[in-house]
Design a protein around this ligand. Structure first.
Ligand code: FNR
Length: 374
């Protein structure tokens, strides 16, 4: 269908599921075990209701914010997600161009299907890009990669800590596809994984197993964060915080931000929905929000979802699958389209809540209910 007919992120997902190859749908949509965390990530938003305020001037309504000091037109960023070429020949470059055209920020995956320099070359001169790091268990190799992306001009390191082993993604495992053949271009998608680390993956874990086979399983707060600080001056964000306790430890470790996330339900099934952890952190340790920026991702599909997270103290939120689906189905215009849809939904929600800027979004504007809406 023409892009103009799409009015929600759900519409975009429907189109993408119809046009994508079986392999791509399997990899993009898969989630761990019984998809409980995947489903609850989204459903958690239905437990939070608004206390809207009226009679507040909102004809001027500005949904923009800053993330680690970089301007963003809406409080939304593109989460690092592997293998964008699986869905579209231009892959990550679609995301980079779409992010530029809409003034949002892209986080580039360690397992991007274009090289880090190709992606940077696609970016406009002033366009900030973040880098998502899977830390190699070999410190020297990890250091080399960090120095490379810093030299290329990436603006922050988002260290993923919730994927030291791959989650059990059965849809992905049931859809085996040969990464080696894809690497050499024999299949329809040429995947040029930047670290050349595909060998040695445990095929029993599907695609994810091959991609993170060399990840460091022995990271610690005491060792890994000071090590990272010693090799880079870039801001450090920990991606994959799944408990209030670890959010506090991250603040104590002096990092610049945390992304509360269960990897879109792809890793530990029954990991709490990020919105619930954010809510508990807000209640138990409001001081943490003064020490670092807090973000969440997972299941965010509506402007109201974004606004609820901001009311509870998030600086911004990340979306993974919606951007993969959008670039797969329509390339750059698809990416632009979902940002426009989100912006319209966010501004509508803010106006109806009585908020003229993101600073006006307050914890007392949302309440967690203990009944389940229909
Ligand atoms: C991911 N995610 C991810 N995270 C990461 O740190 N490095 C990666 O390479 C990937 N790869 C990846 C591939 C695919 C296909 C998906 C769907 C996700 C997780 C991603 O950054 C983010 O946490 C989730 O996608 C957020 O959930 P939603 O928005 O997809 O529900």
């Amino acid at each position: 269908p023409p892009l103009s007919r799409l009015i929600s992120l759900a519409d975009m997902e429907t189109v993408a599921r119809n046009v994508l190859s079986h392999k791509a749908v399997s990899y993009y949509s898969s989630s761990a075990d019984d998809s409980i965390s995947y489903n609850e990530n989204a459903r958690a938003f239905s437990r939070f209701f608004f206390h809207a305020r009226v009679m507040r001037p909102v004809s001027q309504c500005d949904p923009s914010t800053t993330i680690l000091g970089y301007k963003s037109s809406i409080p939304v960023f593109i989460c690092g997600a592997a293998l964008a070429k699986l869905g579209h020949p231009q892959g990550e470059a679609n995301l980079t161009r779409g992010a530029y055209q809409t003034s949002i920020i892209q986080m580039v995956s360690s397992n991007a299907s274009l090289s880090y320099s190709e992606i940077m070359a696609t970016a406009a001169p002033s366009q900030p890009l973040f880098f998502q790091l899977y830390k190699n268990k070999n410190d020297a190799i990890a250091e080399q990669r960090i120095r490379e992306v810093e030299r290329l001009g990436y603006k922050a390191i988002w260290l993923t800590v919730d994927a030291i082993v791959p989650g059990n993604r059965e849809r992905d495992i049931r859809s085996p596809w040969d990464l080696e053949e894809m690497e050499t271009g024999k299949k329809e998608v040429h995947v040029d994984v930047a670290d050349g680390e595909l060998d040695g993956g445990d095929s029993g874990f599907g695609t994810a197993g091959a991609l993170i086979a060399h990840d460091d399983r022995d990271m610690t707060w005491e060792k890994t964060i000071p090590w990272l600080r010693s090799i880079t001056k870039l801001p450090i964000v920990i991606k994959g915080i799944e408990s209030v306790e670890d959010a506090i430890l991250a603040a104590d470790a002096g990092v610049d931000g945390i992304l509360i996330s269960n990897h879109g339900g792809r890793q530990l099934d029954y990991a709490f929905p990020p919105l619930e952890i954010l809510h508990r952190l807000r209640q138990q340790r409001p001081d943490v929000f003064n020490k670092l920026e807090v973000y969440i991702d997972g299941g965010i599909r509506r402007g109201t979802d974004v606004v609820k997270a901001l009311c509870l103290g998030a600086t911004a939120v990340g979306l993974g699958r919606p951007f993969l689906y959008a670039q797969s189905a329509y390339g750059v215009p698809g990416v632009v389209k979902i940002v426009q849809i989100l912006e319209r939904e966010i501004v509508t929600a803010m106006r109806l809540l009585g908020a003229a800027s993101v600073q006006d979004l307050k914890p007392e504007m949302v309440e967690r209910i203990d009944w389940q809406p229909i």
